[in-house]
Design a protein around this ligand. Structure first.
Ligand code: MG
Length: 240
């Protein structure tokens, strides 16, 4: 069992090291390299925000833990014993209102190693596109605050792209961004935690190095294309 775990650990590290090396080589080899990073659960931890929002909704949620969280708040409530549909809807609505707000997104924390990794590729010359399904009217101010507080690169070569309003689906929005981002330079790599989104970015930028970040994702039955390397997070040695 231990040997198997060690084997999986070592081989997945190699898979990642190879993908990273590839990204760095592509940044070096391009005169105008661009890298696309999703935010929620690619660079930042949305589960921590989920929990923070629940804790803010009343003392009855004080003991709620990471392990209780489901993808949707209604399912989390069912998981901890709520059965009344009207009550579940009422609490879920209050939860959504806070979850998708400047006030709560501002407190988002980076996933392990994410800041160092984005900084490293930025320093190597890449333009960073933060491409998020968050919508600007409700979340732009808080998103910028959180990026700043976590010390993600923000400067001349960083671009934040957000939905103009909440009505578009994440996939519709990201698909609609492909042409504009393609005009900013040579897209050398794309990072995503949603299988649907990483696949559509691969379709849009077939020459890029895609990397699937295996944190959490929606329960839709979609798998990332089999050629896409997976990582668990960004912790690695960047000193080489
Ligand atoms: Mg995401």
């Amino acid at each position: 069992m231990f040997r198997l775990a060690l084997f999986i650990l070592v081989t997945s590290q190699f898979a990642f090291a190879g993908a990273l090396e590839n990204v760095r080589e592509r940044v070096e080899g391009s005169s105008n390299p661009v890298i696309i990073f999703d935010l929620d659960d690619t660079l930042t931890d949305s589960r921590e925000r989920m929990l923070r929002v629940f804790h803010s909704l009343g003392p009855e949620f004080e003991k709620l833990h990471y392990r209780d969280l489901q993808y949707e708040p209604g399912d989390t409530l069912k998981h901890i014993g709520y059965t009344d549909a009207a009550m579940i809807e009422k609490i879920s609505n209050a939860w959504y209102e806070r979850f998708f707000s400047n006030a709560y997104v501002a407190g988002d924390r980076a996933l392990p190693g994410a800041v160092q990794y984005v900084q490293a590729v930025y320093d190597e010359g890449a333009t960073i596109v933060y491409l998020t399904g968050r919508d600007a009217p409700r979340m732009k101010e808080g998103t910028l605050k959180s990026l700043k507080l976590n010390r993600f690169p923000l400067g001349k070569r960083t671009i934040l792209r957000m939905k103009p309003d909440k009505s578009l689906s994440d996939a519709q929005f990201k698909k609609s961004e492909i042409e504009w981002i393609g005009n900013q330079g040579d897209v050398v790599a794309v990072f995503e935690n949603e299988p649907t989104n990483i696949n559509l970015l691969v379709d849009g930028f077939p020459k890029s190095q895609p990397i699937f970040v295996d944190t959490i994702h929606s329960p839709k039955p979609v798998e990332p294309y089999p050629t896409i390397p997976w990582i668990l997070d960004f912790r690695l040695d960047l000193r080489e």
